[in-house]
Write a protein that binds this ligand. Structure first.
Ligand SMILES: *Cc1c(COP(=O)(O)O)cnc(C)c1O
Length: 431
């Protein structure tokens, strides 16, 4: 039997057997030598390709792909996406400032979600003239109406509803059930839209949903769209015509897989969404994040020590949980590969960082090819929720970031210095 060949889901590959791992045409060994480690490396081409997959899959409908900024908010990546027509999904005023810094003309393509928007953040969004504010409570809608009236800026809003759809994912990143803090119970939505229908400072622009993250099955997305579509129909009969339905993000990737067909997955996703939306004539907003950025990125680390404690072997790298917290926070799996594989038997090891926490691990009881101190390893699929969730815990300097574009590498964020870290602190008083 001949299996259909699936395109590799990652831009990282060995050009020849025995050569170093490359990102596109650029050797990770060369990048590590030049920029040091730990180092985040991203393929611009893959991010652009993934955006294109969404844009193509929804070709038949007016749509806007609003990249979820929290996933990887590097200015260079925001610019890359904005230049190709993407909009943005933001969850804070800080993210709004980022988009405005990277691509000011994209302000009109921003949607703003989040359960705890402050007055200052609402004002910032109204002044910037963003596309839509996704409102997550009645109290927030009242505040929005008041600020819009005060600033004399009409607010386009959507209610982010909670469709009570179960999506099978890690409990920390599931958001679409009634018991979660997100959104407004969909059964209350009709009443709330009607209650503000006469307000001249509010425009009911759309309805939105985001049921969670790293969702592998496309079925829950279709179910959520059906519920939103039904609500849009009920509103239409009441004379409230929504221009947009926002499907949120959440489409998952295969963190284990070497043979994951991303384009086919996006087509399957689009089909589920479109089935749920039949009869809806308006614009579709999409908020993918992880799916665009995760597999484009790797965290490159150097092995500091290999040590045995009892029955266990620990590979200690110069990257740690402060650089990539997903394994510690969500028990997430990242493939780890030696950048230049050595001959010899694989061993079962724990790959860990130097931080003083037993939770500081990247992998436990993992088969890894032989590595020695000084070798490089790459933690794959680290382009999403990697650098964006990094911290300075243990007073560690956050990694540099490199973007590989058209075969060329470009530093997009320099490594932090100790001066960067100490700058906001006030000098200790003399006694
Ligand atoms: C985090 C988030 C997204 C992106 O989720 P992914 O799983 O990365 O696609 C989209 N919309 C909202 C409102 C979010 O909070």
């Amino acid at each position: 039997m001949i299996l259909p060949s699936t395109p590799s889901p990652r831009p990282f590959h060995h050009p020849e057997p025995g050569s170093a791992l490359h990102c596109e045409k650029v050797s990770l060994e060369a990048l590590a030598r030049h920029y040091g480690t730990p180092l985040y490396v991203y393929s611009a081409d893959q991010i652009v390709e993934r955006l294109g997959m969404f844009q193509q899959a929804f070709y038949g409908r007016e749509h806007l792909v609003c990249y979820s900024v929290k996933v990887n908010s590097a200015l260079a990546i925001l610019k890359l996406l904005a230049d190709r027509g993407a909009g943005f999904d933001i969850v804070s005023g800080g993210e709004l400032e980022r988009v405005l810094a990277a691509a000011p003309a994209a302000a009109c393509r921003i949607v703003f979600s989040g359960v705890g928007k402050t007055e200052a953040e609402i004002d910032l969004a109204l002044r910037a003239g963003i596309l839509e504010i996704n409102v997550e409570s009645e109290a927030e809608l009242e505040l929005l109406a008041a600020r819009a009236a005060k600033l004399k800026k009409k607010a386009r809003f959507a209610l982010r509803v909670n469709p009570d759809v179960f999506a099978d994912t890690h409990p920390y990143i599931s958001t679409g059930l009634r018991e979660h803090k997100f959104g407004i119970d969909i059964r209350q939505a009709l009443r709330i839209y009607k209650s503000v229908a006469g307000n001249r400072w509010l425009e009911a622009h759309g309805v939105s949903v985001h049921i969670g993250s790293q969702i592998r099955s496309t079925e829950p997305f279709g179910a959520a769209m059906e519920r939103l579509n039904k609500l849009a129909g009920q509103l239409r009969r009441e004379g409230i015509v929504l221009k947009a339905i926002d499907a949120g993000g959440g489409l998952g990737i295969d963190y284990h897989g070497g043979s994951f067909d991303a384009a086919a997955k996006v087509r399957e996703y689009a089909e589920a969404i479109e089935n749920g939306l039949s009869g809806f004539e308006g614009q579709l907003l999409l908020e993918p994040g992880r799916f665009l950025a995760a597999q484009a990125g790797a965290l490159v680390a150097r092995v500091l020590y290999v040590k045995r404690n009892g029955r266990k072997t620990f590979v200690i790298t110069d990257a740690a949980m402060n650089d990539l917290i997903r394994p510690a926070l969500y028990q997430a799996h990242h493939e780890i590969v030696p950048v230049r594989p050595r001959a010899g038997k694989s061993r079962t090891v724990d790959v860990v960082g130097p931080v003083c926490e037993s939770g500081d691990f990247f992998a436990r009881d993992r088969k890894l090819g032989p590595v020695k101190p000084g070798d490089l390893v790459a933690l794959l699929d680290a382009g999403a929720y990697g650098m964006a969730q990094s911290s300075n815990y243990n007073t560690r300097l956050r990694p540099a970031e490199v973007l590989v574009e058209g075969g060329k590498a470009r530093l997009i964020r320099r490594r932090e210095t100790i001066a960067d870290l100490l700058a906001p602190e006030l000098a200790p008083a003399d006694h």
